[in-house]
Design a protein around this ligand. Structure first.
Ligand SMILES: Nc1ncnc2c1ncn2[C@@H]1O[C@H](COP(=O)(O)OP(=O)(O)OP(=O)(O)O)[C@@H](O)[C@H]1O
Length: 260
């Protein structure tokens, strides 16, 4: 099997916070259509790496590129404009709006119809509104929240609110989706359903990079896993390779079996 073309390339990235070295000489790639997970014990540097890739943090050294475009110096919204879309650990939904309305607002933010056109009810605005409503329904269905579509987002369980966050990210039509601890707060059945959703998103052509602590979830969903410890990559490979890697086992000893 030939390797997929490289989508994301992280080269020699280091991040220093004063005297603290949060990341050091980090090199990894994510291929088009791959599901790659970044794991490691608490404080290993996963969130820092995510923040560098998405432009929320400038690396002290090194370079990141996406589909051949250098990301260094680009602002988060410019990186998002290249199709690299992230979710956050804390999902920011509007709790007093319905799930469906949250999606409509998200879609509106990227709409091409001016406010004046919308207020005047011009035909272009009317057909655009119809398309946005159809798209909001599709997205709600895609993440499996159709039965909750007309409930207030604030009344949803924590796991369901994470799904709204994923739907909002999908509304931006990513070519690569970065998921930051997406199943934290989900129960086992929600997590199982979420794994199916991640695979389904990938099958529709979206590349995925995941930071996650839930090891069974990571093992079941990932094509490849990159393991960080103290800011350095200590192992990289398929779930089977990672599961049996002595350096990985040692890094996790004392961390507890479930909290990786
Ligand atoms: N803004 C910052 N200023 C100073 N130190 C920071 C900052 N952000 C992170 N760090 C430090 O950098 C190191 C890596 O932190 P990071 O949050 O990336 O780890 P992590 O692997 O995401 O951890 P966790 O699994 O607990 O979320 C830690 O030692 C952390 O204390």
């Amino acid at each position: 099997m030939t390797a997929p073309a490289t989508a994301l390339r992280v080269e020699k990235v280091a991040v220093h916070f004063g005297g603290l070295v949060a990341l050091s000489d980090m090199n990894f790639t994510v291929g088009e259509g791959e599901i790659v997970s970044l794991i490691g014990p608490n404080g290993a540097g996963k969130t820092t790496a995510f923040n560098v890739v998405t432009g929320f943090l400038d690396p002290t050294h090194g370079a990141v590129s996406y589909r051949g475009t250098a990301l260094n110096g680009l602002k988060p919204h410019q990186i998002a404009g290249l199709g690299l879309i992230r979710t956050f650990q804390r999902t920011s939904v509007f709790p007093n709006d319905t799930v469906y309305d949250n999606l409509l607002v998200g879609l509106h933010r990227q709409g091409r119809v001016s406010l004046l056109e919308a207020i005047l009810g011009l035909p272009r605005a009317r057909s655009s509104q119809r398309r946005l409503r159809e798209r909001a329904s599709e997205l709600v269905e895609w993440v499996g929240l159709e039965r909750r579509a007309h409930d207030l987002a604030g009344s949803l369980s924590y796991g369901e609110q994470r799904l709204v966050g994923v739907a909002l990210a999908l509304a931006a039509e990513p070519s690569m989706l970065l998921l930051d601890e997406p199943v934290s707060g989900m129960n086992a059945s929600e997590t199982h359903t979420f794994v199916q959703l991640v695979r389904n998103i990938r099958d529709r052509g979206v590349t995925i990079l995941l930071v996650e602590h839930d090891m069974p979830m990571v093992m079941s969903v990932s094509d490849r896993i990159v393991v960080l410890n103290y800011g350095r990559i200590i192992a990289e490979g398929s779930p089977d390779v990672i599961r049996n890697d002595p350096a990985v086992i040692e890094a996790y000893l004392g961390q507890g079996a479930t909290r990786a």
